[in-house]
Design a protein. Structure first.
Length: 234
């Protein structure tokens, strides 16, 4: 009777020279991939610094005067409404709670700007009011450029409001909401462009995919040479 021995294959405990070299190759390529992926994330965290958008700088100038002053001029209200609309334009990124606060803020600002005889009609049904009245001049918006985008946001940004007074809760929430959506981490890794793309986007969306394919090719060719060296046929 012929005895057959069972051979146990364990990647982490290779028993032949071929298996050891194969394991070493896989570990090296996996380390290259891990360093390329996670090393870049570490670099982003190390070099990133908070950089505010222009709208946030404008908000920082407007907000203290709006909160502290009882006589808020028209231009201050218009510009604050424009900043709030610009943040609402980041619709997909906004949390529902933050979106509600900003819509309420825009609606209260518009209500505050309106003449006294029009406040009641606007407060009860802003969309009906908007369909009969052009709010573009009221908010200091013009017909073209980025202003047109802000104006187009108005129909989805207005909600019924009872009065134009900002509550203490709103005054507390709005600065943190503005900071969340208008201040971004940036560095030379995000500001540099490469073949038309921001470098960090090109690196993660294209380079890492190319690197993965290259590593696969290197592994395939290296194992072919290893098989030939050890006279292994598949």
């Amino acid at each position: 009777m012929e005895n057959t021995a069972k051979v146990k294959v364990n990647f982490f405990r290779p028993v032949t020279e071929h298996a050891r070299k194969n394991m070493k190759l896989i570990i090296i390529l996996a380390l290259i991939w891990a360093i390329a992926v996670f090393g870049f994330q570490v670099l982003l965290m190390v070099f990133n610094k908070p950089v505010p958008e222009d709208n946030y700088l404008k908000f920082e100038q407007l907000w203290p005067g709006f909160v502290d002053s009882e006589t808020r001029d028209l231009i201050l209200k218009q510009e604050l409404a424009q900043v709030s609309l610009a943040v609402l334009g980041k619709n997909v990124a906004l949390e529902e709670e933050h979106k509600s606060v900003l819509k309420l803020a825009v609606s209260k600002l518009v209500l505050d700007i309106l003449p006294a005889e029009q406040k009641n009609a606007f407060g009860q049904d802003p969309l009906a009011y908007l369909s009969e009245n052009d709010l573009r001049p009221l908010l200091g918006l013009e017909n073209g450029g980025f202003d047109k985008i802000l104006y187009d946001l108005l129909p989805t940004s207005l909600i019924p409001v009872e009065n134009a007074e900002f509550t203490a809760e709103m005054e507390e929430k709005i600065p943190s909401i503005m900071q969340l959506y208008l201040v971004h981490n940036r560095s030379f890794l995000t500001d540099t462009t490469f073949i038309g793309f921001p470098f960090h986007y090109w690196y993660t969306a294209q380079f890492l995919l190319i690197l993965f394919v290259v590593l696969c090719i290197i592994y395939a060719r290296s194992t072919d040479k290893l098989h030939k060296k050890h006279k292994i046929e598949e």
